[in-house]
Design a protein around this ligand. Structure first.
Ligand code: ATP
Length: 179
């Protein structure tokens, strides 16, 4: 992992562009609601972008053409909360716990002609957990699904204008986590 201090808003806006490209093929509309001020987190930019992409890719994959996807990012107290919501096939309640396991594919998805490997969500979970965050899914079968990713928010001291210092702290943190 390459740790740095990054604006999660900027990252999500950029990742949403990739998801829009996928969604276009199915005429799916992607709406984006993000905080209008930066939401700082410590993390690996590439890996976090991969998480957003996995969730967006699934949302497109498991939705019908012409559907809608909503991506929200808010700062909630000490946490940054990303939600990816779709109006797709949904996930049966008994599968919600299992979808984060490697190679598990819900009965719904196995019925659909589309084939995946069942590795996206376990990878997303591993990345989020390595960032000290959580990932969860809420779903209503036949109606849609929302995935929520919560990451610790980095609160910058107002007097602390030296971003370099924070990056140093971040690298220390990365070394500690790796130890
Ligand atoms: P891939 O590894 O290629 O992404 P996959 O989509 O099958 O394949 P995961 O991303 O791990 O693998 O998802 C696991 C299972 O969770 C899927 O097979 C599907 O059953 C279910 N799932 C994931 N996201 C959604 C969603 N947005 N709507 C409905 N089902 C979903």
């Amino acid at each position: 992992f390459e740790w740095e201090m990054l604006d999660f808003v900027e990252l999500v806006v950029n990742a949403a562009e990739d998801i829009r490209v996928l969604a276009q093929d199915k005429s799916i509309e992607v709406t984006l609601n993000v905080a209008d001020t930066p939401v700082w987190v410590r993390g690996d930019k590439q890996r976090l972008r991969q998480v957003v992409f996995i969730l967006g890719d699934n949302a497109v994959r498991y939705s019908d053409a012409g559907s809608r996807i909503r991506i929200d990012l808010e700062a909630d107290g000490a946490e940054a909360v990303l939600r990816v919501n779709d109006r797709g096939i949904g996930i049966p309640a008994h599968d919600l716990e299992l979808i984060f396991d490697r190679y598990y594919r819900s009965t719904n998805a196995r019925r659909s002609s589309d084939d995946g490997t069942g590795l996206g969500l376990p990878v997303a979970k591993a990345i989020v957990t390595a960032h000290g965050g959580r990932i969860s899914a809420h779903s209503s079968e036949g109606h849609g699904t929302t995935f929520a990713v919560t990451l610790p928010q980095l609160t910058l001291n107002e007097s602390d204008t030296d971003v370099g210092a924070d990056v140093d702290v971040c690298q220390d943190y990365a070394r500690e986590s790796a130890a």
